[in-house]
Design a protein around this ligand. Structure first.
Ligand SMILES: CC(C)(COP(=O)(O)OP(=O)(O)OC[C@H]1O[C@@H](n2cnc3c(N)ncnc32)[C@H](O)[C@@H]1O)[C@@H](O)C(=O)NCCC(=O)NCCS
Ligand SMILES: Nc1ncnc2c1ncn2[C@@H]1O[C@H](COP(=O)(O)OP(=O)(O)OP(=O)(O)O)[C@@H](O)[C@H]1O
Length: 197
């Protein structure tokens, strides 16, 4: 079993790379953000602690956490982001470790945008998906409707490029076309073997 950690900032193209790895390389994909959302559903460990810490103004009428409100809290206030991260991230990594140890897949890819010290899930190599900030801001505006200011706030809250580069074994460049991404993945996984960094 080979475990690849896949990281990069918002809008860099992680989901795109994951979909290619899942569909064309039969990888099992684990998304940290999806795990976090599971753990923030009513009654789950993350939900209880986050509501205790932030208060019930973050809840919708049906009792679920309102992601719009949580997003505004997280990206407008560093202290709130840190508090939420401290609650949710240890639970996320524990859950992901469990998923990896019970998996039978030959290739597992764990995706996360956050480079905290606790982001250690026993991976074999870490890939950094890179696209320049202007390209990311444009794609997020065109495809997700994010205003420039919102994208810039998220980018400011995430690891800097130098931090990603210092931690990663491999850089996948995604400033160009989807075909260029496919070519890079084929070269890494087919031609030169999965072990090479
Ligand atoms: C902040 C939330 C509410 C935003 O939800 P929303 O549906 O608007 O957008 P989405 O989930 O697509 O997130 C947008 C992007 O924000 C970035 N992001 C999410 N959480 C964080 C965070 N804690 N710190 C920095 N960036 C983050 C990621 O690049 C993500 O892809 C949501 O992402 C969330 O619940 N985050 C807390 C859980 C978490 O830390 N997840 C990250 C992996 S553990
Ligand atoms: N090479 C590319 N060419 C054109 N569009 C792209 C390319 N790569 C990514 N995109 C588009 O840019 C947007 C952001 O990409 P994606 O969702 O894969 O980023 P991400 O790193 O997963 O972001 P997040 O951290 O928010 O999850 C998507 O709409 C995606 O379709």
């Amino acid at each position: 079993m080979r475990v690849i950690a896949l990281t990069g900032g918002v809008g860099a193209g992680k989901s795109l790379v994951l979909s290619i790895l899942e569909n064309e390389y039969k990888a099992e994909v684990i998304k940290a953000d999806e795990v976090a959302h599971e753990l923030m559903k009513p009654g789950r460990e993350g939900y209880v602690k986050i509501v205790e810490t932030l208060g019930d103004h973050i809840l919708k009428a049906d009792g679920t956490i309102d992601r719009k409100i949580l997003s505004q809290c997280i990206f407008r206030d560093d202290r709130i982001r840190k508090a939420v991260n401290e609650i949710i991230h240890p639970l996320v990594w524990k859950n992901i470790k469990g998923k990896i140890s019970s998996s039978q897949a030959g290739l597992i890819v764990v995706e996360f945008a956050i480079m905290g010290e606790k982001a250690e899930v026993g991976y074999d190599e870490m890939w950094y998906i890179y696209a320049s900030e202007p390209v990311r801001i444009r794609r997020l505006f065109e495809n997700r409707g994010y205003e420039r200011e919102h994208s810039e706030r998220i980018i400011a809250s995430q690891a800097k490029e130098a931090d990603y580069l210092a931690r990663c074994d491999r850089v996948i460049r995604n400033d160009g076309s989807i075909e260029e991404i496919r070519d890079q993945l084929a070269e890494i996984l087919n031609n030169r073997g999965q072990n090479e960094t």
